[in-house]
Design a binder for this molecule. Structure first.
Ligand SMILES: Nc1nc2c(ncn2[C@@H]2O[C@H](COP(=O)(O)OP(=O)(O)OP(=O)(O)O)[C@@H](O)[C@H]2O)c(=O)[nH]1
Ligand SMILES: [Mg+2]
Length: 347
């Protein structure tokens, strides 16, 4: 699966409509007066985060977004109609960045339904009626309407998954994703089968969550070994990490250490995230070996280890239960934090 997670677009808000110059002329009415109405306001450019979008692919085809201008005012003191706001729908998790060297962050759409008025439409111009004074009863002055604003911006989307899959190559990450979700990721008996992140939606006990499968990590990934750690950006925003360890490998404990080491080198808070650990390919282990590995891992990690076999669908239930439980806990923490946050403002 190839996905586009960055797009450059042009946005422009609508100009205000011009104010009118008009005089009342009616049969049998001796003195007319100025009655030119004001122009309408131009449309705003609004970004809205909507559910159900996972990529920025639509922005490859449409790159220019212009809100309509306000209509001109007219006689009889009629104000021009305002230009409609242009609402640009983006996936949840989209960031809007300036087109400068630093790619300054301008806005961050993290919640479904979140709306940001990004560029304001220009004010409508004043019509001549509004210039009438006791000394100037027939003004011809009017305004043309304020110009709109325009800008090139970058949209950037980090896949917004709830659970990030981590592990060495060949650990069984994609196999797991396929078995629990609607995804059909490529699976292979060799390292680096997965070269692009892939998302899957999991439904379990009436709950839904999104799992991201990313390429495997190896020792030195932070320095670029293998395909490096650049895909870790895609799990930076997940609430929970599911770390899968190949139970049939020579040294599962060392496998766990290697991946933890890479998380630490990467930073960005990844090593503080809740980690759930699954031991894959449990079907290849006899009871004695399995108990030994579980014990060793338990001792090293201090967490409960979930042995699973995705192809046989064994051990999945308790693992999925644990994921749902920690997603619930993570969400509760976030809503507490969100109370201290201030609303974003472009000014
Ligand atoms: N017996 C058994 N084989 C498994 C299990 N899970 C995965 N495999 C096999 O292990 C191999 C690797 O599986 P993948 O799902 O491609 O592993 P991955 O972690 O996604 O690998 P990369 O994408 O290369 O990082 C494949 O041959 C799978 O069929 C399991 O629970 N039991
Ligand atoms: Mg894979």
């Amino acid at each position: 699966m190839h996905f586009l997670d960055q797009a450059k677009i042009f946005v422009r808000s609508g100009a205000g409509g011009p104010g009118a110059v008009s005089f009342r002329r009616e049969k049998f009415v001796e003195f007319g007066g100025p009655d030119g109405g004001d122009g309408g306001k131009g449309g705003d450019v609004v970004f809205e985060a909507v559910p159900g979008l996972n990529t920025l692919i639509d922005f490859r085809y449409t790159q220019h977004f212009r809100a309509p201008r306000g209509k001109g005012g007219s006689g009889s003191n009629r104000t021009g109609a305002g230009g409609e706001d242009l609402v640009i729908k983006v996936p949840v998790g989209t960031q809007i960045l300036a087109d400068d060297e630093e790619r300054t962050l301008l806005a961050d759409l993290t919640k479904v339904g979140q709306r940001i008025v990004f560029l304001k439409g220009g004010m409508g111009g004043r019509g001549n009626a509004s210039y009438k004074t006791s000394t100037n009863r027939a003004p011809r002055q009017h305004q043309t309407g304020e110009a709109g604003e325009e800008m090139w911006v970058w949209l950037r989307l980090k896949l917004l998954a709830d659970v990030g899959l981590l592990g060495l190559p060949n650990a069984g990450k994609s196999t797991f994703l396929n078995s629990v979700s609607n995804a059909s990721a490529k699976v292979g008996d060799y390292p680096f089968t997965t070269l692009q992140p892939q998302l899957g939606v999991v439904r379990h006990k009436g709950r839904e969550f999104v799992v991201a499968d990313i390429p495997g990590l190896i020792e030195g990934a932070a320095e670029g070994a293998g395909i490096g750690d650049r895909f870790l950006g895609h799990v930076e925003r997940t609430r929970v990490l599911l770390h899968l360890i190949d139970g049939s490998a020579d040294d599962p404990v060392e496998a766990w250490r290697v991946v933890r080491g890479e998380l630490e080198s990467y930073g960005a808070g990844l090593d503080d995230k809740t980690e759930i650990i699954g031991l894959t390919k449990a079907d290849l282990l006899d009871d004695k070996k399995r108990t030994k590995i579980l014990k060793a891992l338990d001792k090293e990690t201090g967490s409960r280890i979930f042995p699973i076999s995705a192809p046989l669908e064994e051990g999945m239930e308790p693992l999925l239960d644990a994921i749902i439980q920690s997603l619930g806990e993570a969400a509760a923490e976030e809503s507490l934090e969100a109370e201290d946050e201030r609303p974003w403002s472009p000014l």
